[in-house]
Structure formats: C-alpha cells, structure tokens
Design a protein around this ligand. Sequence first.
Ligand code: NAD
Ligand code: DAU
Length: 352
Amino acid sequence: MADKTIIVTGGAGFIGSHVVRLLVSRYPEYRIINLDKLTYAGNPENLSDVENKPNYVFERKDITDAESVRAVFDGYLPDGVIHLAAESHVDRSISCPAEFVMTNVVGTATLLDAALACWKGRFEGKRFYHISTDEVYGSLGREGRFTETTPYSPRSPYSASKAGADHLVRAYFHTFGLPVVISNCSNNYGPNQFPEKLIPLAINNIRDGLPVPVYGKGENVRDWLYVVDHACAIDTVFHRGRNGETYNIGGNGEYANIDLIRMLCRIMDGKLQRAEGTSERLITFVKDRAGHDLRYAIDFTRLERELGWKPSLRLEEGLEKTVDWYLSNEQWLQHTVSGAYRQYYREQYENR
Ligand code: NAD
Ligand code: DAU
C-alpha cells in the first residue's frame, strides 16, 4: 500500500516529466499516476528512464473528458493532484485561442470537480496543486517585479486562459473548502523542452546552421529558471505550502532575448568548435509577436523566506547543461519533431 497516491497531469510534457521523475525517484513509497492526453507536446520518451519503476503508472486521458477523469480518481483514490496539463505555447494561443480555453479552463474545472467528488468533503491530508505562470500578471515596464499580490492583467489568450484557471482554483478553495495551492512561475528551460519555445528552437537552428528568429528587436525580457529547479520548487510547495496560498517561483535570471541568444551563440560556437561569431551571424530579426509582453520578472521572496527554496543554477550554467543535453539527444529531437514517438508510445503501452 503506497504512502501517498499523487496524480500528476501533463506528466509527459516538458516540466511535468521532470516533476514525475523527481517524485518517482525521491519517494519510492508514493504511487505516481501520470495522467496525460499525449498531445503534440506530450512525449512518453521523456520518461523512458522511470517508466518501469513499480511506483509509476501512466494513464492516457484527456482532462476535459469528465467521465475518464472521474474513473481515474475513483480507481486510484489520490491524496494529491499536481496539475500541469495545459496548452502552453503563446504563439499557438494566438492562432487557436479556443483550444486554450478548452484545455486550460474547462480541463482545470473538470479536475477540480473530480477532486471534490472523490474527496467528498474529507480534506484531511488532501491537496490540489495548480501550476500556473507569471504571465497572468501581465507585462512590466523596465522597473519592478511581480509579487503574489500583483493584480492579474493577462494579455494573450494563453495567459488569459491560465488566469481563468487560477481564479477557478481559488473559487473552489473559498466556496467548497477544497485544499488548494497555486504557484506562478517564470520561463523554464532545460532538457526535454519542445523545440517551438525560444531556447530549444534556437539550439536546434544554430546546430543546423539555420536562421535564428528573434521577434521584434529582441528587447523583451524574460526571467529564466532551469526546469529541475522548478521541479524542486514544486516538490517543496506540494509538501509544505499553505492551503489557499500562492507562491511565485522565479530564476533571478532576467535577460533581454537578444542577450540570451548571443550567450547561447557563444556557448554553441564553443561546443561545436566553430569560429567565434559563426552562430551570431544566424540571428534574424523577424516580425514581432502580436501583443508581445515586454518584460516579466518574479519576486519569489515568499517562497524563499517561508519554505527555503531558491534557484541553484545561474542562466549560463543551465544553458551549458541544456546545450549538452540537446547535442547528445538528437534522436529525441528527431522523434519529437517527426511524431515518431507515437510509434514508441504504441509499442510501449498498447498491450500492457
Ligand atoms: P508542455 O506543453 O511541454 O506540456 C503540456 C503537457 O500537457 C503535455 O504532456 C500534453 O500532452 C499535456 N496535455 C495537454 N492537453 C491535455 C489534455 N487535454 N489532457 C491531458 N493532458 C494534456 O508544457 P510545459 O511547458 O511543461 O508547462 C507545464 C505547465 O507549467 C503548464 O500548465 C504551463 O502553463 C506551466 N508553466 C510553464 C512554464 C514554461 O516556461 N514552460 C512556465 C510557467 C508555468
Ligand atoms: O513566463 C512563463 C511562460 O514562459 C510560460 O507560461 C509559457 O508556457 C512558456 O511558453 C513561456 O512563454 P514565452 O512566450 O515567454 O516563451 P517563448 O519561448 O515562446 O518565448 C520567449 C521569448 O522569446 C518571448 O519574448 C518571445 C521570444 N521569441 C520566441 C520564439 C519562439 C522569439 O524572439 N523568437 C521565437 O522564435
């Protein structure tokens, strides 16, 4: 009998896979259920190193499908939910907003209802942890940082849908007493990130000698956090955060996009033994993203003071590790972009 059963939604995605790996390895006495639909962004290969562990279970389910979700809750009777499943890419939300509302808002509501029905008012030892983003706070000028009390001001369909989900989670806490906790994190980077996001896209293109597209003038600032540090923060908040509370998570790693890309170019020139300046020549300024938020920066004092978490890596160190990972995992990249991992999924799971 497991000490705790935890449903992690979106566990086959970028951040979710790091969370699942950490929980499965750190808590062999827990049972970790990965509930994931496997959209284009979900890849079971991300978890090939833990998929045979006895405390890991995979359930291919859609969080918007109330019946399937209820069946998973009734079948495993979870003590906790760590909810990461989402449509996560801002550019896709601009071309297809409705999908974001469906997954991020309706999907979250479906999970909240399932938790409420499963726990039937007996909330002792239970927890619903919702993973959100700093983008709900809107866009900063040159000064200041987001705190947990910064008013919401989402400006893309993605951030609006995440804000909607955050509001629902808080509403279930106030209305039904559901034991919830929320964290809002800055930009993650690291191994296993789908190459539609800036850093893996740039690594991929630099390696192949292709143009590296930088939106606008590259002046937009993001606060970068290494994904394993985020997974550790999630573990901390899940176990020790206070019910009804929000925790900001950030990297102390603010960079303008163009400076970040130049740093990446220098690292890649070194790793690929190319003459200095070779990769920088690939930088290509392209049309800006619609409604492009200028700057995000996170104040994570609450998390540091209350729970003792802080990031362990500076951006340059994390980028080095990330580049090393992508350069030695070309097969992962090929499978991810070609969709060949679906074949992998069928072989691994169809007859189990
Ligand atoms: P991702 O796009 O890499 O992965 C999303 C995962 O969710 C995939 O495995 C996908 O298959 C799954 N999924 C999507 N729709 C689903 C559905 N209907 N049912 C079940 N599973 C579904 O995302 P990510 O970058 O790992 O982000 C994870 C979470 O963290 C998201 O909630 C995102 O908003 C949040 N977040 C991300 C970042 C970041 O920089 N990537 C920063 C802060 C917060
Ligand atoms: O802040 C947290 C958010 O970070 C998460 O909630 C999102 O899920 C995650 O996707 C990320 O959003 P961004 O839009 O900041 O990430 P992205 O990697 O798409 O872009 C980072 C910056 O780089 C942004 O200013 C846009 C710019 N950019 C992006 C791409 C894909 C480019 O200049 N060129 C590109 O090709």
